[in-house]
Each structure stands twice: as C-alpha cells, then as structure tokens.
Design a protein around this ligand. Structure first.
Ligand code: HEC
Length: 145
C-alpha cells in the first residue's frame, strides 16, 4: 500500500518538475520580456522608411483592403499565436512586394524588431536573432499596453 503511494508521489514530483522546467524554458523567450533592442528597432525604422512606408504607412496601418496593417487588432488577428520567426520569414521571403528576397536576414530581423516596437512590445537587451530557428520559439501574444 505504502509503495503505491510512494509511486504516485514520485510520479507527481516528476510531473511537477517537468512542468516547472517547461515554463522556465518558455519564459526565456516570452515576447513580453523584451526580445529586441531599441537600437535594433531604430535601424528597422530607418529601413522601413526607405522600403516599406509607401505601402504600409507611417503608422503601419496599411491601406484598407489593399495592404495589411502591421500593428493593431487586425494585425493581431493574423499573427496572434504564430511566432516572430513566421513574421521574420514572411518579411524575408515576400517583402518588399516589388523585390522579394532582397533583404539580408539582419535587415528582416531589424524590420521585425521595429514592427514589434510599434505595437509596444517592450525592448530588451539582446537583438532579435536573424535566424529563423532562433525566432520560432517566440510566440506573438497580445501586447500589454
Ligand atoms: C508595394 C507595396 C508594398 C511594399 C513596398 C511593402 N509591402 Fe508589405 N505587403 C504589401 C501587401 C500588398 C501585402 C499583402 C500581400 C502579401 O502578403 O503578399 C503585404 C504584406 C506584408 C506583411 C504580412 C502582413 C500580414 O498580416 O499578412 C508584412 C509583415 C509586410 N508586408 C512587411 C513589409 C516590410 C517589412 C516591407 C519593407 C521591406 C514591406 N512590407 C514593403 C505591400 C507592400
């Protein structure tokens, strides 16, 4: 009898430990913890002004029915639950519309950082990486305003 209880307790301990570890790993890449730097967002803004603003607009609101917004509720509708890696990948492969694939990975990361900054996701102390795999674990959630 005691043995059974021991096993149950041990199993619970293992579950609890794994759950704890899991949330620690997740916490390391939570978007709310600051996943880009202010300096990176500044670089992204300069690039955005050069290559993206004519379509997506100064406030990133896009053009109704033609160009999707890159901030606000409609942006979140498309992107919530997806990853910053997906955003980076989409920018890299499809933008700017007239010259897709022309951005260097670092530029696509800077642009993603700027897009996050406009939606008031907090800046942190490390640049957003310019590698898809590294960004895939950062989930896009509703920003805390
Ligand atoms: C000539 C106009 C134009 C330019 C310039 C342009 N875009 Fe776009 N962008 C669009 C259109 C149209 C779409 C929607 C169609 C598509 O996804 O291909 C879009 C879609 C996007 C999306 C996906 C949005 C979503 O919710 O689906 C992102 C992100 C994006 N653009 C970022 C950029 C960035 C960053 C630049 C600058 C490097 C840029 N765009 C330049 C017109 C443009």
């Amino acid at each position: 009898m005691t043995k059974k209880i021991d096993i149950v307790i041990a199993a619970c301990a293992v579950l609890w430990a794994t759950a704890g570890l899991h949330s620690t790993l997740r916490a390391q890449v939570a978007i709310a913890d600051g996943v880009y730097t202010e300096e990176q967002a500044r670089r992204g803004k300069a690039l955005f002004t050069e290559s993206c603003v004519e379509c997506h607009g100064k406030d990133l609101n896009g053009m109704e029915d033609i160009v999707p917004p890159l901030t606000g509720e409609n942006f979140l509708k498309t992107w919530r639950g997806r990853s910053v890696g997906d955003l980076f990948d989409q920018i890299s492969k499809t933008m700017p519309v007239l010259d897709p694939g022309s951005l260097k990975p670092e530029q696509a990361a800077d642009l993603a950082a700027y897009i996050l900054s406009v939606s008031k996701y907090p800046a942190g102390t490390t640049d957003l990486a310019s590698k898809l795999e590294a960004l895939q674990s950062i989930k896009i959630e509703t920003p805390k305003q």
